[in-house]
Design a protein around this ligand. Structure first.
Ligand code: MG
Length: 255
């Protein structure tokens, strides 16, 4: 079901978005060579408790997950593209790390992700992250009244294709509201002018993710982490965005 949010509801989602953004800011700031992924998860957990917010992940157990997620943040390192399950791993110089975090604050959810490089950057990793960011910006710019879902998808896809990347459309953006995942699905590629017409009050997570060498993934034996089939590195960025008469409003903007 596709739901339309009132301006008051969007304000409440914005409060959730502000919290989610602050957690990503704090966990990103804590990333450094030698820091354990479990430490990042513990930090995010502390911030949830301090805010009285609920994790959207810890008990999350969809059909594609091996078991309840059990952690509060996704930490995807290098060839891990999505749903990286935090484990006992210390970050190394040059690692590409994506952090994906969603929380419910007073019953409203926001969902956001960023990708960073730990220590010394490799040019190709930096380009990959920039492309994902450009695709996110283009997707957000297309999230306007009068457009359709396909315009968001096409905007994202065209940036990736121009950068020579192949696109996986199995996982992508989604409606956000009282729960983390709602209709519609927003693939990271598509045809302009197709799909659901965009109306004020729709709230979506828009989330391009790309891998350097492939568009194919496999599931790690941990039952969650999705890795690139060829071992190439991945980047993933995401914002929760409300469509308003005044244009797209990013609810998870970071400082
Ligand atoms: Mg997310």
């Amino acid at each position: 079901m596709i739901e339309i949010r009132s301006p008051e509801e969007i304000e409440r989602m914005a409060a959730a978005g502000e919290f989610v953004a602050s957690v990503l800011d704090e966990t990103a700031a804590a990333c450094a060579v030698g820091v354990n992924l479990l430490t990042l998860d513990a930090l995010a957990h502390d911030l949830l408790r301090a805010r009285g917010a609920e994790s959207c992940y810890i008990e999350y157990h969809p059909s594609f997950g091996g078991s309840p997620f059990g952690k509060v943040i996704c930490t995807s390192v290098n060839d891990a593209a999505l749903h990286g399950l935090p484990h006992d791993y210390r970050l190394r110089d040059g690692d590409v790390l994506s952090l994906d975090f969603a929380a419910s604050v007073d019953g409203w959810v926001a969902d956001s992700a960023l990708t960073l490089i730990v220590g010394t950057l490799r040019e190709e990793d930096s380009r990959l992250i920039s492309t994902a960011q450009d695709a996110l910006d283009a997707g957000i710019a297309a999230a306007v009244v009068g457009n359709r879902i396909g315009d968001i998808s096409a905007a994202i896809g065209s940036i990736a294709r121009a950068a020579g990347l192949r696109i996986n459309t199995d996982f992508g953006g989604h409606g956000v509201g009282r729960t983390m995942h709602g209709d519609p699905h927003i693939p990271n590629d598509g045809r302009p002018g197709r799909g659901l017409p965009l109306r004020a009050g729709l709230v979506f997570a828009i989330e391009p993710w790309f891998m350097l060498g492939t568009n194919r993934i496999y599931t790690d034996p941990d039952g969650w982490t999705l890795r690139s089939l060829d071992g190439s590195r991945a980047a993933h960025v995401e914002h929760t965005v409300a469509i308003t008469e005044a244009g797209p409003r990013v609810l998870t903007a970071r400082t």
